[in-house]
Ligand binder design. Structure first.
Ligand code: TYM
Length: 337
């Protein structure tokens, strides 16, 4: 049977502070060009954020900022369903059902759980453990075909696929098994201070991480301080982690291949290269900064957009989740829809 429905894209981001260049190049930047070709559904994952301690007032502020940032990155609420995760109750409801098709052993193998529980030893809560099930629910509630994410989410995506397949083999074909959609360059942007670690907003060293609202001087200064090596040739080679990372960033922003970048900087030192990367990144982010300042000051517009987004998301996901409820054997409930 041919399936000619328009493919569904789902992705989300946690509102745990200003996005990093990693979030931008690995994920968010790729979301807006998909809007014309696919049915796109994007969310601010505030339910996920509380798996580590959050200051409630700050979480609210960061959630609105994240929403404004994504608008500034080109998410168009007239083309996509764009909402705040906690506004749509079906995510939590489906998450419970799916947790009954998820094995303890599978969740124990998640590297992000291992990393985060090692980092927050005073709060290894059950939500941190079951987080990938909620993520699977986010995706599966919309029958998503493709999930654009960075490399670090690949393991969670594989788990979502396993959960969907297990559910389908137990209850019959119900859930769509999603595919990851990972960019060729920029899928794993590394820390500027320790290029063996991924760039992350939780890094204690502010020079390690470019925030997408940093101003041009700050961005160039952070790139100038980026850790490299004792050689001087700008080329992509094993062992040159710092330079490889800068080349990936430059390639991802300019579209140039590694060979083209090597030729461009032949005979020039790392200093020139770092400044070029910094300036190119800062220029690419300038329109995001301008857009953010416009949207964050228009709270009425933000509210109108996220309310409409949640209504649409609830409508689509309720239909799918009520089918899941039926399949598992719950008595049909007219109030549900
Ligand atoms: P989060 O908020 O940590 O990151 C959002 C997106 O940014 C990507 N990313 C990176 N890409 C390249 N280099 C980096 N250094 C880098 N750091 C982060 C992530 O891969 C991600 O795509 N669990 C998710 C949010 C989520 C979600 C979902 C995603 C909740 N439900 C359903 C997809 C589908 C997360 O914590 O992403």
């Amino acid at each position: 049977m041919s399936d000619d429905r328009k493919k569904v894209i789902f992705s989300a981001i946690q509102p745990t502070g200003t996005f990093t260049l990693g979030n931008y190049l690995g994920a968010v930047r790729n979301w807006s060009p998909l809007q014309d070709e696919y049915n796109c559904i994007y969310a601010i994952a505030d339910l996920h954020a509380i798996t580590v301690k959050q200051e409630p007032k700050l979480l609210r502020q960061h959630t609105l900022e994240a929403y404004a940032l994504l608008l500034a990155c080109g998410i168009d609420p007239n083309k996509s369903i764009f909402f705040i995760q906690s506004h749509v109750r079906t995510h939590v409801e489906l998450s419970w059902i799916l947790s009954c098709s998820t094995q303890f052993g599978e969740l124990s193998r998640m590297t992000q759980f291992k990393d985060k529980s090692a980092k927050h030893t005073d709060d290894v809560n059950a939500g941190l453990f079951t987080y990938p099930v909620l993520m699977a629910a986010d995706i599966l509630a919309y029958k998503s075909d493709l999930v654009p994410v960075g490399q670090d989410q690949k393991q969670h995506l594989e788990l979502a696929r396993n959960i969907a397949q297990r559910f389908n083999s137990r209850y019959g074909d119900t859930l769509v098994v999603p595919e990851p959609y990972i960019p060729k360059t920029g899928a794993k942007i590394m820390s500027l201070q320790d290029p063996t670690k991924k760039m992350s907003k939780s890094d204690e060293n502010p020079n390690a991480c470019i925030l997408i609202l940093d101003d041009k001087d700050t961005i160039v200064r952070k790139f100038k301080r980026a850790v490299t090596d004792s050689e001087s040739e700008v080329c992509y080679r094993e062992g040159k982690d710092g330079i490889n990372n800068l080349m990936s960033i430059y390639s991802s922003v300019t579209g140039k291949s590694f060979d083209e970048i090597t030729s461009e900087f032949a005979g020039k030192g790392y200093g020139d290269f770092k400044i070029a990367v910094g300036e190119t990144v800062a220029d690419a982010l300038a329109s995001v900064r301008d857009g953010f300042n416009r949207y964050i000051n228009d709270k009425a517009y933000l509210k109108e957009c996220y309310t409409k987004g949640a209504e649409m998301a609830l409508k689509v996901s309720s239909r799918n989740v009520s089918k899941v409820y039926h399949k598992v054997g719950f008595v049909d409930n007219e109030l549900y829809r």
